[in-house]
Design a protein around this ligand. Structure first.
Ligand SMILES: [Zn+2]
Length: 425
């Protein structure tokens, strides 16, 4: 087993300290440490965070290995400072059986760069008609605890209620893509002044808010855990705030792009800005940032959604929704929140690990903790290049943008997955 000596890292931006990583854990922590035969990493000026955890990643394997694979997505994740990602179920075949979730889990182990935790589908084939084998997926080697039809909404309230009841038995959670489908038929972008001007069919905020309002009431009624994917409107933040005050077991995520970009991007007709839920208004962005700061929104999740060129470099109306996110999430959050390292660690590591039930992730960097961590140069600024990212796809909305914060190194159970900004596999 390799030994790593990290010299002078600032844990959560604190005073410089040395760390010895041995046997998968942080074995020693303090000033002036030595370790014979260790790989020495000079972390002068670098900030150490617990390895990031993404609750919402599309890895596209099985089925669309031309857009991303578990391996290439794992590389992108490690380069983004992640040590665990939860892989969404909308693959082909859909991850709605023990067999498929075990396949994804195994591919993640083979890639060996991040822990890939499969998410199971709520309904068979994401069709929204019959519950998938939730228990079999929970009992499988992949130990699924998060279930989602993401990409589709579980819009049938009776089915949603039954799913919540089912996962309560093993403290699972239903992660809902909140979109009332009857209100978004043919939708191309946020419904508002820009969609009206461009003549594109709108995706109204109420389509998201009405499902969240319904689901928090169902979760309260059942006493089960609900997680709301990619919250995008001010009204949604308000509903979740009220639900939490009532004691509902609800958690919520926001994506980096919804924290930064707005619907005016659609004026370019560049499909790189087409995403579901769509980019919203300045007022929504302000409310999302406020919700993230005050804890109404628990986590940042990437909704990393790679798409092959033919699905993205076409007319707006035909383009698939979705954006890359893994390699740019931390820089965008740093840009939005500033260097509030403890808050960033909570929203991007501890809380997502708790929600997903990933016991080996999201730990504070202390002696005895799993050696899952990332080192960031907070002063570095870099310009995002679509073809410079590790993802197989190039649909980043940040191309050409200069962002703060560069991930220098990432460690998974004490083994470097990224060193000097380069992935180790
Ligand atoms: Zn979604």
């Amino acid at each position: 087993m390799s030994v790593v000596l990290i010299k002078g890292a600032r844990i959560l931006g604190g005073d410089p300290v040395d760390l010895v990583l041995r046997d998968g854990v942080i074995a020693e922590l303090g000033p002036g440490l030595r370790a014979d035969g260790a790989t020495v990493v000079d972390a002068d000026g670098l900030v150490a965070l617990p390895g990031l955890v993404d609750l919402h990643t599309h890895l596209r394997e099985p089925g669309r290995e031309d857009a991303e694979t578990v391996y290439t997505g794992s590389r992108a994740a490690a380069l983004g400072g992640y040590t665990a990602v939860c892989a969404m179920a909308n693959t082909s075949p859909v991850a709605d059986t023990a067999g498929v979730v075990e396949q994804v889990y195994r591919l993640g182990q083979e890639a060996g760069l991040v822990d890939v935790q499969p998410i199971g589908a709520v309904t068979i084939g994401l069709a929204g008609e019959r519950l998938a084998e939730l228990g079999a997926m929970a009992d499988s080697a992949a130990r699924v605890r998060v279930f989602s039809d993401d990409g589709h909404c579980v819009s049938d309230p009776r089915l949603m209620r039954r799913a919540l009841e089912y996962v309560k038995a093993f403290d699972g959670v239903i992660a809902q893509h909140a979109e009332e489908p009857r209100l978004t038929e043919g939708a191309q972008m946020h419904e508002g002044e820009v969609s009206a001007r461009l003549g594109l069919t709108g995706w109204p905020a109420v389509a998201e808010e009405s499902i969240i309002a319904r689901d928090v009431l169902l979760a309260e009624h059942v006493g089960a855990r609900l997680h709301v994917c990619h919250v995008s409107t001010a009204g949604s933040v308000e509903i979740i705030r009220v639900a939490k005050a009532r004691g509902v077991r609800v958690t919520a995520e926001v994506t980096p792009h919804h924290l930064l970009l707005t619907h005016t991007r659609a004026e370019s007709y560049d499909p790189v800005y087409k995403v579901n839920p769509p980019l919203r208004t300045d007022a929504d962005v302000t409310a999302l940032r406020e919700g993230l700061r005050d804890g109404t929104i628990d986590i940042v999740a990437t909704d990393h959604a790679p798409h092959a060129a033919e699905d993205k470099e076409c007319e707006w109306a035909y383009a698939r929704p979705g954006m890359l996110g893994l390699e740019t999430a931390l820089p965008i959050v740093l840009d939005v929140l500033g260097d509030q390292w403890d808050l960033i660690a909570e929203r991007m590591s501890r809380a997502p690990a708790r929600i997903a039930g990933l016991d080996n992730h999201g730990h504070d960097l202390k002696v005895g903790a799993p050696a899952n961590l990332t080192l960031i140069d907070p002063t570095a600024r870099w310009t995002v290049e679509a073809t410079g990212l590790a993802s197989l796809s190039h649909n980043t909305p940040y191309a050409g943008m200069t962002v703060p914060g560069r991930i220098v190194a990432t460690f998974l159970r004490g083994v470097p997955t990224v060193l000097d900004g380069k992935v180790q596999k």
